[in-house]
Design a protein around this ligand. Structure first.
Ligand SMILES: [Zn+2]
Ligand SMILES: [Zn+2]
Length: 386
């Protein structure tokens, strides 16, 4: 088999034009499963051929521990795709989560990657029982337990919480999954008189239950909470539950059952859309001017690509960039941009968000002053201009 043909190497603009021309209705969906897979490379090539034939686009990770897929496909092929999955024992009946707000243009090509793990979590799996997971809750039960005073913890990346989260949820600040789960353990242990390890202590805690509050975990699609809940149970927290199917399925259940959303704002997603709206609440502010906004964007200067919350006015003012410095480069003729970029790495493969908006605003003020003074923030540009 010529495996070189089993990937798409077209340029993004060509792919986008192709997708625009296609004119068929697409559905975006995601699924994952922790399951032992054998001969992963061969499986990858088989899946690629089958799925390309069905017009599937998206990003898929497979590993010996399972599959994690975010795809879009022609709505007319949904049944055929389901049949293809069910035919394989490992993927039979794997639950789908269909994106709510969707124009079907989420992905430009199909990429199936063989990985060590389907989620890069940095945890040593052999150190604890990854199958001893927290109870799965549906949306209605999750809502009820929140009302009963359960402690809600967001297990997504810190930047994903910026533009939406469950009301009152604990939002870890750590940059990695491992850092976040350790931060959560510390937070839970340091909660006064409610720590799960403090047994049935009731002295000095009038009105508080003797037992620890229930811990409710959630993430985008549910997959991180499988690991996170098993880890917390391993750490001695017994009362741990997780939102089944994550925010994506929560949103679907809200619609289907007419439930009230306790998730406020937008859900960050890993495709071209960046976010899907769950409620009209705006829970964040523009990182550049501080007005209420939940418009998330990447800095358009390619070597920066920093993720930020940026209002429309600031997007216009800074030409979709994070700072005057990036704006100056971004507004150069393309040839000069290329010359400037030479030797600099692009950030396009990483997702990093501005984590100090105050610092960003300070930098912008300083840069504007310098710009007014010198006419440029990049004196090195003069050597690039012929
Ligand atoms: Zn702004
Ligand atoms: Zn930038």
């Amino acid at each position: 088999m010529d495996t070189h043909r089993l990937r798409n190497l077209d340029r993004p603009d060509i792919l986008r034009a192709k997708l625009e021309r296609e004119g068929v209705q697409r559905t975006t969906l995601s699924f994952y499963r922790y399951v032992r897979l054998k001969e992963v490379e061969t499986l990858r090539h088989e899946l690629y051929q089958e799925w390309v034939a069905l017009g599937v686009l998206g990003r898929v990770y497979i590993s010996q521990e399972g599959i994690n897929a975010q795809v879009s496909l022609p709505t007319a092929n949904l049944a055929a795709f389901r049949a293809h999955l069910d035919r394989r024992e490992a993927f039979a009946d794997v639950p789908w989560k269909i994106a709510v707000e969707d124009d079907g243009k989420s992905f430009l090509k199909l990429a199936i990657k063989v990985k060590k793990k389907i989620v890069a979590d940095g945890l040593a799996d052999d150190a604890f029982d990854v199958t001893d997971v927290g109870e799965h809750l549906d949306a209605a039960t999750f809502n009820r337990k929140m009302e009963e005073g359960a402690l809600v913890v967001d297990m997504r990346n810190n930047y994903e919480c910026l533009i939406g989260h469950f009301e009152g949820a604990y939002l870890p600040k750590a940059d990695t999954f491992r850092g976040a789960i350790e931060e959560v353990v510390d937070m839970l242990r340091s909660r006064p008189a409610q720590g799960p390890d403090q047994g049935a202590r009731s002295v000095d805690t009038p009105g508080r239950p003797d037992t620890a509050p229930e811990i409710l975990l959630y993430c985008t699609g549910g997959i991180r909470c499988e690991k996170a809940s098993a880890y917390l149970k391993h750490e001695g927290f017994t009362n741990v539950a997780q939102l089944h199917g994550g925010i994506i399925d929560y949103a679907r259940q809200l619609k289907a059952e007419g439930l009230e959303s306790k998730y406020k704002g937008q859900n960050f997603v890993f495709d071209e859309r960046l976010a899907e709206r769950i409620t009209d609440d705006v829970v964040s502010t523009c990182m550049q001017c501080g007005t209420k906004s939940d418009r998330i964007s990447n800095c358009h200067e390619a070597t920066c690509n920093m993720l930020l919350v940026q209002c429309e006015a600031c997007a216009a003012k800074y030409a979709d960039c994070c700072s005057p410095s990036c704006r100056e480069i971004h507004q150069l003729p393309i040839e000069q941009q290329r010359a400037w970029r030479k030797g600099r790495s692009t950030r396009s493969t990483k997702t990093k968000a501005v984590n100090d908006p105050e610092g960003l605003r300070r930098r912008i003020r300083e840069e504007e002053e310098l710009l007014a003074l010198n006419g440029t923030l990049h004196p090195e540009l003069t050597t690039l201009i012929p």
